[in-house]
Design a protein around this ligand. Structure first.
Ligand code: FNR
Length: 356
């Protein structure tokens, strides 16, 4: 059951990625061009530090999968690409491992193929402290991601309906594991208020995982509509089939979240809808310490395996360094000092939220 769901997520996320339109709210962010701002490429370092964590590059492969034979194979390719390029990487949710330890290797492969890399385990905000520790142990993880995904759970027929325990549990896990804890959304964004709460719970960094890329409301709606046995229609006692398609597109974009939560005092990571190196630079310019990519790298690996992803990540890092050279940013943190313009819907969001 969980294994089927994991396979569905990969298939539907890839279909969505291939269909996705070109525009998202990163396009409302542009750098002011200063023609003489450039520096030398040799002056640029991609290394980034945040919350006591040091990464060689400000780009990471964000949480996706594991828990079935097919997704274990995907994890292996992702891990090889991370090893070859040095980018940090996260596994998908490890709930499947807690439910059935026989799938352990579909996650553990990420450490086996990438023994020296920065690897993040991933659990949901219901996980016991004991299971959070098991997840970290299985991967010898360098950090633990906790995902918060109330909208996804709501659309999932088999999803959680109790969310009040999440915040206290995040605090317990943050103080109960030996590695830094990063809390992330799954594509709906984190508000300023949420990030402030995470700060008070002892979380080391907040990964906004905003709207504009993979849309888990849409994915779960597609799964619901394909599953004739769940929730409705004549086969369910004549009750109307539950349809949450009005939630497609819910949430705040990564750019909106970064602007909203700037100044809360928690290191931020930019993810959700990152399409190319310019989006990475935009995320860093809005104050993020690094940018995470899921959907865009998933299709790369499905189409061309680890080799294609190595080529893509290498090209992205090379282009990011080139953009920083032209913009006069010696480090990722320097990008946050570049002049940027905010336009369109993103500007309206900032006005509504009182962000200057
Ligand atoms: C995800 N994502 C995710 N996140 C998480 O914390 N745990 C998980 O198990 C998963 N599973 C998952 C499966 C697949 C197939 C995809 C594509 C994504 C969410 C992911 O980490 C990220 O937050 C969103 O996908 C938004 O980023 P992109 O895809 O727009 O770059």
């Amino acid at each position: 059951m969980i294994a089927d769901r994991k396979d569905d997520h990969v298939r539907l996320a890839a279909e969505q990625q291939r269909r996705s339109g070109a525009h998202n709210q990163f396009d409302d962010v542009s750098f002011v061009h200063h023609a003489l701002a450039g520096i030398d490429r040799s002056d640029v370092s991609l290394a980034t530090r945040f919350g006591g964590i040091a990464w060689p590059v400000p780009l990471f492969v964000n949480a996706m999968t594991g828990g079935s034979a097919k997704t274990g194979a995907v994890n292996r390719e992702l891990a090889i690409a991370a090893r070859e390029t040095g980018v940090p990487i996260a596994t998908g949710s490890m709930s499947a491992y807690f439910a059935d330890p026989s799938v352990a290797d579909t996650f553990a492969v990420m450490r086996r193929e990438n023994p020296d890399g920065f690897v993040m385990a991933n659990v949901n905000a219901n996980a016991s402290v004991e299971n959070a520790r098991r997840a970290v142990d299985l991967l010898q993880a360098d950090a633990l991601q906790i995902h918060v995904n109330a909208v996804q759970e709501t659309v999932m027929p088999e999803g959680d309906r109790s969310f009040s325990g999440w915040a206290p549990r995040i605090g317990e896990i943050a103080s109960g594991v030996d590695v830094p804890v990063i809390v992330k959304e799954v594509g709906f964004g984190l508000s300023r208020e949420t990030v402030a709460l995470l700060r008070d719970l002892g979380v080391r960094a907040a990964d906004v995982a905003g709207r504009g890329g993979t849309d888990f409301a849409r994915i779960e709606n597609d799964r619901r509509l394909n599953d004739r046995s769940e929730n409705g229609g004549p086969e369910n006692g004549g009750r109307e089939r539950a349809d949450y398609s009005y939630l497609n597109g819910w949430g705040q974009s990564a750019a909106a979240c970064l602007l909203d939560a700037a100044g809360v005092g928690v290191p931020m990571l930019a993810s959700g809808g990152v399409r190319h190196p310019l989006d990475v630079a935009r995320g860093l310019a809005l104050g993020a310490s690094a940018a995470g990519v899921s959907g865009r790298f998933l299709t790369t690996v499905l189409d061309g395996g680890a080799a294609a992803l190595v080529a893509r990540i290498t090209a992205w890092l090379d282009q990011l360094a080139a953009l920083m050279t032209a913009l006069g940013a010696r480090t990722p943190a320097d990008l946050a000092r570049c002049d940027v313009l905010v336009r369109g819907e993103l500007r309206a969001f900032c006005a509504d939220r009182g962000v200057d």
